[in-house]
Design a protein around this ligand. Structure first.
Ligand code: SF4
Ligand code: SF4
Ligand code: SF4
Length: 392
């Protein structure tokens, strides 16, 4: 089931205008469709992935997915996973081209409506071109062949998103704005939902699919992409998304739910420095209120997961990241109260459990090598066997 965002921003803020384009040029794009274009049934044998990381990005998400194993990017691209369409990936760091116009060719073709179907993957937050007075731009991707002037990432998203069969945002910058969109930023950066509008639908009739994380956990993205590709092949329904357009099955539980140290928390066993293998709530861990599966899934090859390996959760998958979680190393205000309550209860429960555990660590007395069976065993009585008197 697709769940729409709980809070849909007002129309005036749902899709900012950018550059010098007119409303007519961009009007149809507000609905995420080209005029008169029907929703297409998905049964593709081939599909392109146009991956733009020219937003406000560090390319960390591209690097991250190279570590995915279940499935790996190589497995998907080499056609080793049964039932997926043939996938052509166009990502600047992973491109077999030498870059330049060779790399840009599929993007130009798609913008001109000459390449389809494709999934648009956006990495990095999108700056606000509308706040620039006069000439200038925040970030660009290739040049306009007619004028030689840079084409902004906004220009590309405006043209590619409405034509894309699906649109995916990878990493917290692209999903919600992330680091570049924190208070005091000069670019007016935002996530793709704020840019295209939370009601956006792609040419394939889907909302944006957000896979946050800074960077994204590799398998979280490949897992979601694989589901999307099965949907593109016509063999799977759309992936279910939550109110912030995240894959439900990945982000429905909290860090705390999957943390190896959750029993320490419950028993009031809190670390006072990072070397102690206890709960890190008092060192600034936000895990109890952050939607992320990393402690369960691990980072690379199932190993890692911030608090599991001695870190704290700083909420990097969350729409409020980073501002709502700063300063990172301070104990969350709510954590002070809850850990104080838990401490009282947890100490008591911990003592009771230790007593119980001591009893459970003893073996029963009937396990011995003596001449008599003392386990309490009684042989079964035959139904016609008379009941003997105990007296001789
Ligand atoms: Fe880099 Fe993090 Fe932004 Fe991804 S989300 S582009 S890893 S800063
Ligand atoms: Fe929860 Fe963080 Fe403690 Fe783990 S370290 S149990 S996520 S508060
Ligand atoms: Fe980010 Fe916290 Fe998940 Fe680590 S556990 S990846 S800091 S949300």
């Amino acid at each position: 089931m697709i769940i729409r965002p709980r809070t849909v921003p007002p129309e005036s803020s749902r899709r900012p205008r950018h550059g010098k384009e007119s409303d007519d040029e961009l009007g149809e794009a507000r609905n995420g469709r080209e005029p008169g274009r029907p929703e297409r049934p998905a049964s593709f044998e081939e599909i392109h992935i146009l991956w733009i990381s020219e937003g406000m990005s560090c390319d960390g998400d591209t690097i991250s997915i190279t570590a995915a194993e279940k499935p790996s990017l190589e497995d998907v691209l080499l056609g080793l996973i049964p039932g997926l369409p043939t996938v052509h990936l166009h990502n600047k760091l992973l491109s077999p081209t030498q870059g330049g116009e060779d790399f840009l060719a599929p993007f130009r073709a798609a913008a001109a409506g000459q390449l389809e179907p494709f999934i648009l993957v956006v990495e990095g937050s999108i700056p606000n071109q509308n706040i620039i007075e006069g000439d200038g731009y925040w970030t660009s991707f290739g040049n306009d062949p007619d004028t030689g002037q840079p084409l902004t990432v906004n220009w590309w998203i405006d043209r590619l998103a409405p034509k894309a069969w699906a649109v995916m945002a990878i990493g917290t910058c692209a999903t919600y704005g992330g680091i570049h969109a924190m208070a005091g930023n000069p670019t007016g950066a935002m996530g793709l939902g704020d840019y295209l509008g939370w009601g956006f639908e792609s040419a394939g009739g889907m909302p944006i699919v957000n896979v946050p994380g800074c960077p994204v956990q590799p398998e979280n993205f490949m897992d979601t992409l694989t589901w999307m590709l099965y949907h593109a092949a016509g063999t799977a329904p759309r992936p279910p998304l939550d109110g912030m357009l995240r894959p439900e099955w990945i982000f429905e539980r909290t860090v705390h739910d999957g943390c190896d140290r959750a029993s320490d928390y419950e028993q009031g066993n809190f670390a006072t420095d990072f070397n102690q293998p206890k709960c890190h709530a008092k060192l600034g861990c936000w895990g109890p209120v952050v939607n992320c599966n990393v402690p369960k899934r691990g980072w690379i090859g199932g190993v890692g997961g911030c608090p599991n390996v001695g870190g704290i959760c700083i909420g990097c998958t969350m729409p409020g990241f980073p501002d709502a979680f700063m300063p990172f190393m301070d104990e969350p205000a709510g954590g002070e109260l809850s850990s104080a309550i838990i401490k009282e209860y947890g100490d008591f429960v911990h003592r009771m459990r230790r007593i119980t555990a001591m009893a459970l660590n003893l073996e029963p007395e009937w396990r011995h090598n003596g001449p008599h069976l003392t386990s309490g065993y009684e042989p079964p009585r035959h139904p016609h066997q008379p009941i003997r008197s105990a007296a001789p």
